[in-house]
Design a protein. Structure first.
Length: 212
């Protein structure tokens, strides 16, 4: 019988990266939607809902939807795609736009500046009795500060006041008059198509009334 001396030691397996999700029960705040993993939890006036972030760009004169978008991200990511869609659908870019505080960021204001578009973008939540939505938000860069000062100087004459008159009635018509209050499909791609159909139906109704 042959004996090897000293005895060979067993090598320990190399330590790998710790798992992102350690074994055991999930955390108390861990959440996942198994029927539609693409959707996200969104905060609304009615509370928290599981859904998507739908966007629409409207013509001020006729309340026609000239561009639309839908994502499972924030409003800040949607401004540039909406501007590109307006350019694609109408053949020109807008001279001016109004947007709520969700679109307010240094990057978005820089995009508007680079395209030569006058933007009236809220820098915070508009409180009751305020002339414009100029509250202090998280964004505090030089362009945001300049926007806050400009909206504050404009007061009740600011062009931003037209935003609610243009946008809110359209979403009200879609939700109340046409009864569309939730998406029926699942998955980001399918829901985008569904939102496109809703916007098309709105425009057809507007055009039908205009031609009647």
């Amino acid at each position: 019988m042959a004996i090897r001396w000293p005895p060979r030691r067993r090598r320990r397996p190399a330590a790998g990266r710790p798992p992102k999700s350690p074994p055991g029960p999930p955390a108390d705040k861990a959440q996942r939607n198994f029927t539609d993993p693409d959707s996200r939890i969104l905060k609304t006036k009615e509370g928290f809902i599981q859904g998507y972030n739908a966007q629409a760009a409207l013509d001020r004169a006729q309340q026609i939807i000239v561009a639309h978008g839908l994502s499972n991200g924030t409003d800040q990511d949607q401004l540039s795609p909406l501007l590109d869609a307006i350019q694609s659908h109408t053949g020109r870019q807008p001279k001016e736009i109004s947007a709520d505080a969700g679109s307010c960021s240094e990057a978005n204001l820089e995009v508007l500046e680079g395209r030569g578009i006058r933007g009236d973008v809220a820098t915070g939540r508009q409180r009751h009795g305020q002339a414009a939505a100029t509250g202090r938000g998280r964004q505090q860069g030089p362009r945001v500060r300049a926007m806050r000062q400009r909206l504050g100087r404009g007061g009740f004459r600011s062009r931003y006041r037209f935003r609610k008159q243009i946008v809110e009635p359209v979403f009200g018509q879609i939700k109340q008059a046409r009864g569309f209050r939730q998406f029926l499909l699942r998955g980001l791609t399918a829901v985008r198509h569904e939102w496109a159909l809703v916007c098309t139906a709105h425009n057809l109704a507007k055009l039908t009334r205009a031609l009647a």
